[in-house]
Design a protein around this ligand. Sequence first.
Ligand code: ZN
Ligand code: ZN
Length: 374
Amino acid sequence: MPDIYMPEIQVLIRQKILKQNITENTTMMKTMALTGVREMEMIERPIPKLIKDTDVLIKMKIVGVCGSDIHYYLSGKIGNQVVKYPFTVGHEGAGQVLEVGTAVTGVKPGDRIAIEPAMPCFECAQCIAGRHHTCLKLKFLGCPGQADGCLSEYIVMPETSCFPMVEDMSYDDGAISEPLAIGVYAVRLAQMDMKDKKTGILGFGPIGMSVLLSARAKGASRVYVSDKLDYRCDIAIKAGAIWSGNPDKVNIVEQVKEMEPQLLDVIFECCGKQEAIDQSIEMLKPGGKLLIVGIPEFDRWTFPVDRLRHKEICIQNVRRQNHALEEALELIEKGKVNIGMMPTHRFRFGQTKEAFDLVADYRDGVMKAMIDFD
Ligand SMILES: [Zn+2]
Ligand SMILES: [Zn+2]
């Protein structure tokens, strides 16, 4: 967009958008709230107000349904994060800025933005160390006990969570930049030149795909993928893996060993399954690195101590992402990743429950379902 930003124009744009989107005297909005295990309802809430002068009011345009949203939908919790009903989830979002606090300088009404769901305090020891994603007072969009999610018509976020998008990027691109950022960050945490690294990705949901796209963008050429859904194995090949296999049908450890007798340099566990950890330890070369990205449904992993020791395998856990959203947006903008295969289904806001059921049941070849507010 040409830089024609001036205060008068800002006021005009703002009035126009406010008129378009919030008709006079409207103070209520719709939000899609979890109301029980596998239950959700559209409820009315007041439109949130700007509280701090760094706050931004956003009209939601697109929200992607994440595996973690499904965890909350199906079991009401992830680990010790327990839902208190009614509660709105959703954290992969893009929208349009409607109103900004007096101290906001980075975005203006009318801007189309991708949303960074993490709201760190910027003051604690973790934040000062640059680890904003493990902030001791972190509030995360759509995380129980922290902040309501973005499956609402309007949300308020701090300016630091608003990333303007270039004109030719779509709201889909903006929403998908969030899961993609997790892939970008996981690859960053591998701390190796990915060029020609023999790479494994176990589990090929949207996060496995984000890791694949990020690793490929960094030069990884020999990527092996496994998933228990055949259609996801097919998508992995289309997205750039050189081999994919279903561990319920083939012995992936034997097959990968045959193709790579020197074994793999790095494996990204992206499904939260114990057998994937076991397979990883067999498929990694001595000195290889295992990154655990998946969220298991149980509380403890088990590891074969001898195998780990003898191979001196390095294990790195991955907690969401830290400062990777900008790079994810840049990869999309510059065409270095093709995220076109990620969104497979689209639902209107009112059909959010259908979207969650589809994703929860892995029906109809779903990778990611998008919720469209327009
Ligand atoms: Zn997510
Ligand atoms: Zn902090």
